[in-house]
Design a protein around this ligand. Structure first.
Ligand code: GLA
Length: 393
């Protein structure tokens, strides 16, 4: 067991007397293989849950108080609030707002949270890395609420509640991808999700002879202050214009050809290329699943490359750090494909790399990135894991 779990128990005992009746829960982070910025456009995504994630040790209280301590935010000390506080966002509560938002959404959906709790949290997803540390926390809390209070909710409900937390409470208009794959993750599988219908299939994702490397730009970023909401608004504008002629519900309803035939309706070239990305990326994602199922890793890699280029030139969410990583990754012979993952604007990129070239890959990318950007990136080898669970020791 990770020594952090032992530390969580110790902190729990120190703060709350005993950890004897405390229960341990886990929720993963995620990495998206392909299908970026398609999830709020009714398109497809193809992410997987990771073995890194967020842990909570929790015990219900008799009263309505909520006591929190995070090993990652030890400077904040114990944060104390209560259930009635969940009716509004409070900047003073910092990361605890994600928790309060979940309580708020559950209450709104008719699930009454009857008592408070004591909780110690620890996460090993690098924060602000684009590997969904916030969605991991949201789904963790949703899963704990479901388990502790016996609420009958499905994985899809949890995902929708987590998204509502972000959209309505935190103020980020994110799509459904992160919360959905975290709530429904499956070891050694990626999830092929149609975000228009929330229908999905799980597709085996087991590499033999290659590794999926996650490369962190280590550039600090906050999505709420990024252009994320602006990109979403641009896509909505494009959709409104196209709907004056076409009978479509989302950009995901269009094939590349249909888009090309009607693109001129969108006069603003910037808005036009945003929409082009959304449509083409959706097509690429469907193709990527097809080629992966045929074990055509080379074709999968090409689609990853095309995805990054589209995010770089048409969607413009990459920035110098992500481009530096991807350019460096592509300069190594053993790289099959490379792209940014998640929202962009910093965060992480991924690369599919032949195992024989792994060390050379890391050396080259580290060196080139350091030269261009001035500080080092970090590398993790992706291990695909399950959704949320209670860990019984
Ligand atoms: C963030 C959002 C997701 C999705 C991606 C981009 O991770 O939370 O909903 O839009 O960006 O694909």
């Amino acid at each position: 067991m990770d020594h952090h779990i032992t530390e969580m128990r110790k902190v729990f005992e120190d703060l709350f007397g005993s950890a004897k009746n405390a229960r341990l829960f886990f929720s993963p982070g995620r990495v998206n293989l392909i299908g970026e910025h398609t999830d709020y456009n009714g398109g497809h995504v193809f992410p997987c849950a990771l073995e890194i994630g967020t842990y909570a040790l929790v015990e219900k209280r008799e009263d309505e108080e909520l006591h929190f301590y995070s090993l990652n935010e030890s400077k904040a000390g114990t944060v104390v609030t209560d259930l009635s506080h969940a009716d509004h966002y409070d900047p003073k509560l910092g990361w605890v707002n994600y928790v309060m938002g979940m309580i708020h959404v559950f209450e709104k959906k008719g699930f009454h949270v009857r008592s408070g709790w004591n909780m110690v949290v620890y996460g090993n997803i690098p924060v602000a890395s684009g590997l969904s540390s916030s969605a991991s926390l949201e789904i963790l809390i949703g899963y704990i609420l479901k388990t502790l209070f016996g609420f009958e909710v499905t994985g899809t409900d949890l995902a929708l509640f987590g998204q509502a937390d972000e959209n309505e409470y935190i103020g980020l208009n994110c799509g459904i991808m992160d919360q959905f794959v975290i709530a429904n993750g499956k070891k050694d599988h990626a999830l092929f999700l149609n975000t228009a219908t929330l229908e999905y299939t799980t597709v085996p994702f087991v590499l033999r002879g290659q590794t999926l490397v996650i490369m962190n730009t280590n550039k600090p970023r906050g999505l709420k202050d990024s252009k994320y909401n602006e990109r979403r608004a641009e896509c909505e504008e494009a959709l409104r214009i196209l709907q004056t002629k076409l009978n479509i519900a989302t950009l995901g309803d269009l094939t590349d050809e249909e888009f090309d035939q009607n693109a001129e309706l969108i006069e603003n070239p910037v808005v036009r290329k945003r929409a082009k990305h959304a449509v083409y990326e959706n097509t690429r994602t469907m193709k990527a699943v097809e080629v992966l199922q045929k074990n055509d890793i080379a074709a999968f890699g090409k689609l990853m490359d095309a995805s990054h280029d589209s995010l770089r030139y048409d969607y413009e969410v990459t920035g110098p750090e992500l481009d530096a990583l991807v350019d460096a990754a592509r300069s190594v012979k053993g790289t099959i494909g490379s792209r940014m993952t998640g929202a962009g604007f910093g965060g992480c990129a991924i690369a599919l790399v032949e195992d024989a070239y792994l060390e050379e890959f890391k050396d080259t990318v580290r060196k080139e990135y350091l030269e261009k950007i001035g500080y080092e990136p970090s590398f993790y080898e992706a291990v695909v894991g399950d959704g949320p669970k209670e860990i019984k020791e």
